[in-house]
Design a protein. Structure first.
Ligand SMILES: [Zn+2]
Length: 704
């Protein structure tokens, strides 16, 4: 049976092989056993039940609470040639009957169904009469009363086992924590199921957490540098902020749509739909957005507010890069976030125990922000996963933060809080440290205390960063019952007494926090025309089919087409994600498009992107000076780019330099006799008295 599964993987889904964890899971279900699968989003969860559902006799019943997603999931499967359907409240009576008829006639491989519908006597009886391949219980964490996605009807799913004891069940979730896992097992009676826990690492996501001023502007810089045309999500805490940021992004020239619980269902649906179907769209949302979004090509998730917990951060950032291609999780945070969130949890009506839990979760999140070591390994450790010490793909690994000895500054701040009787908030304390004489300070007589004006060596902004870190690491706490007054904690005693020194992280300069261009999807400059053409073709096909573009082909598939540039249908069928159905349906159209954009010999190379950008402009007939102007580079740099192509034998030096044979020979002679051992051209340059710049000389040298 596994052989059949492999065949289906290739012919229907267009993948060469299973990932190791997928194969084990598929095997288990094919054997008719139960399984519990914990796999991060983007880990290929759905294949784990889709393939066994196709291979095993009968229909695979997939239980999912995400009604909005079912249509797209079923459309995608139908495009692959799988007999799939769904049953939920969005169908009218006739449509539902049609699906039921197919079920009776054994014409379905996969049936998606909402839990409340599945548990009706009518549907259960229908299933009694059908051959069942398996039950897949997706989003299985919905069974957990403790989670925020709790659905009571999920707890009733345990009856499936009683009614259909011989049908294998597989429960799947992307939630990692242990408590939820135990609840799934007990609630769904999966005590005999094998448990598969995949690594929760998402190596393609680059984590960056930035602090400092003007988060809005920093968001814009981040978008401009990394995601000028990409789709992504921006999370904000409040509805008001969502509206404001969406509007602002639109004014800046991006298409950005708001999403929050205060909008009408119609507007929300419409905005979500546009986000899924159109390209390059930004959705600005509260955390109300996300559950049930399965868009694989979200290239960034940006947080303008601090998530409430590490789990929430992981879950929200996890919506980026589900297709496995590079994606960014970027966050801006500051003092105000810390204060607002503290207020939230202290003012909530929740029971004391619950408040304490929330408080601890927030502490862990703050810890992640102020961390000076690898973010990814801290994130994974939070989920009990041991990982390498540094991942090389987070801001702290790429740009290790600097520390400074903040003992003295902390002592100033802490004693200032003490001397004002722990009755004042951050702004007031900072004013005293800076020696600002305002009416309130004078009235309180605080211009006479010893800490008045002792902190003038730091600016307001610097003090706010220091205060934030003191709060974040728990030396100060905020008393909400007293309007945000700062209070000393037990922890600050050794620092105040000078028994312990304190290291704080320096705020990074903005230039350093920018993610490198490596995180962009690397389309080579010479591939860009074809890339745009393939995307346009995909979009027009998607519009015709009424599906999101990624249902036609994922970005990863288009990337492989760029790299391989298939000519025949056989070559096309080797591309990842091109199965039999899609080959038949779209193969010719994409082959034609690829043929329309042949790669010139000059550009068929492995040289760097910047060199190829120059070569592409050269190919289009631009001369050296205009290429320099267009790219804002020195002419000598452009010549140096050419020299690399000359060295590879892609260009002839005479095509580039207007030089007579005579002169050429003279320069060659000089190079051969005059360069020093390291091949430096300085002596030649000097001997020629600057007649040729270094770039030109490099071209000639490369031609030898
Ligand atoms: Zn790292």
């Amino acid at each position: 049976m596994l052989q059949r599964a492999n065949h289906i993987l290739k012919s229907i889904f267009g993948f060469e092989q299973f990932r190791p964890s997928q194969e084990n899971i598929v095997n288990e279900i094919l054997d008719g056993k139960d399984a519990l699968v914990l796999m991060p989003t983007g880990g290929g969860k759905s294949l784990c039940y889709q393939i066994p559902a196709i291979v095993r006799e009968g229909v695979g019943v997939v239980v999912s609470p995400l009604i909005a997603l079912m249509q797209d999931q079923v459309d995608a499967l139908k495009l692959l040639g799988v007999n799939a359907a769904f049953l939920n409240s969005s169908l009218d009576a006739n449509e539902a009957r049609e699906v039921e008829q197919k079920l009776r006639n054994n014409q379905l491989d996969i049936l998606y169904i909402a839990p409340e519908r599945l548990l009706t006597e009518r549907v259960l009886r229908l299933l009694d009469e059908s051959t069942l391949a398996l039950f897949a219980i997706d989003e299985a964490h919905c069974v957990s009363q403790w989670g925020h996605d709790f659905r009571p009807e999920y707890q009733r799913l345990k009856h499936l086992h009683e009614r259909f004891p011989n049908v294998p069940r597989v429960a799947l979730t992307a939630t990692a924590d242990k408590r939820t896992r135990e609840e799934i097992i007990s609630q769904l009676q999966l005590h005999d199921a094998s448990i598969f826990i995949d690594s929760f690492d998402r190596p393609n996501i680059r984590y960056t957490i930035t602090d400092g001023n003007n988060p809005k502007q920093r968001l814009w810089n981040f978008l401009q540098t990394n995601h000028a045309n990409d789709a992504g999500i921006v999370y904000c805490l409040s509805r008001k902020k969502v509206e404001a940021i969406a509007e602002w992004l639109c004014q800046q020239g991006r298409v950005a749509l708001p999403y929050h619980a205060g909008l009408s269902a119609h507007v929300r649906q419409n905005n979500q739909r546009r986000f899924l179907r159109e390209e390059g769209m930004i959705i600005v949302a509260t955390i109300a957005f996300g559950m049930g979004i399965d868009k694989p090509d979200v290239r960034f998730v940006a947080h303008l507010s601090l998530p409430k917990s590490v789990e929430a951060y992981y879950q929200e950032t996890g919506r980026a890069g589900r297709d496995g291609l590079a994606a960014n999780a970027w966050m801006a945070y500051g003092l105000q976030d810390v204060i607002t969130l503290r207020q939230f949890s202290q003012n909530s009506n929740a029971a004391e125990v619950h408040k304490q839990v929330e408080h601890n979760k927030l502490e862990a999140m703050l810890g992640l922000c102020e961390l000076i070591t690898c973010r990814r390994s801290a994130l994974l450790e939070y989920f009990d996963e041991i990982s390498d010490l540094s991942c090389g793909n987070c801001d702290n690994c790429l740009n290790p933060p600097q520390n400074w000895d903040a003992t003295k500054a902390a002592q100033m701040a802490l004693s200032c809080v003490y001397r004002t009787e722990q009755r004042f908030g951050v702004n007031y304390i900072v004013d005293i440290l800076l020696g600002k004489k305002d009416e309130r300070i004078t009235r309180n007589g605080h211009e006479r205390i010893s800490t008045f004006g002792i902190g003038k060596e730091f600016s307001v902004a610097q003090w706010r960063v220091i205060m934030r870190q003191l709060i974040a690491i728990g030396l100060l706490e905020i008393d909400m019952e007293r309007h945000g007054a700062l209070r000393l904690t037990e922890k600050c005693r050794p620092v105040l007494k000078g028994e312990q020194s304190l290291q704080l992280r320096k705020t990074r300069k903005e230039a350093q926090t920018g993610t490198s261009s490596k995180s962009k999807l690397s389309v080579r400059p010479q591939d860009e025309p074809l890339w745009e053409a393939l995307r346009a073709l995909r979009l027009s096909l998607a519009e015709k089919a009424g599906t999101p573009p990624y249902v036609i082909f994922h970005d990863a598939t288009l990337h492989e087409m760029l790299r391989v540039r298939p000519v025949t249908k056989a070559q096309m069928s080797e591309i990842m994600g091109v199965g039999v159905q899609k080959l038949a349906r779209y193969g010719d159209m994409f082959l034609e498009e690829i043929a329309r954009y042949p790669l010139p010999e000059l550009l068929d190379n492995n040289l760097s992107d910047t060199v190829n950008e120059t070569l592409t402009l050269h190919q289009q007939g631009n001369d050296v000076e205009s290429i320099g102007r267009m790219r804002g580079l020195k002419v000598s740099t452009i010549y140096t780019h050419f020299s690399e192509a000359i060295e590879m034998g892609l260009l002839d030096v005479k095509q580039i330099l207007d030089i007579s044979e005579q002169e050429y020979k003279e320069v060659i002679f000089l190079i051969e006799t005059n360069t020093d051992n390291e091949g430096r051209l300085k002596p030649v340059f000097e001997a020629l008295e600057g007649e040729y710049d270094y770039g030109q000389l490099r071209c000639i040298q490369a031609s030898i």
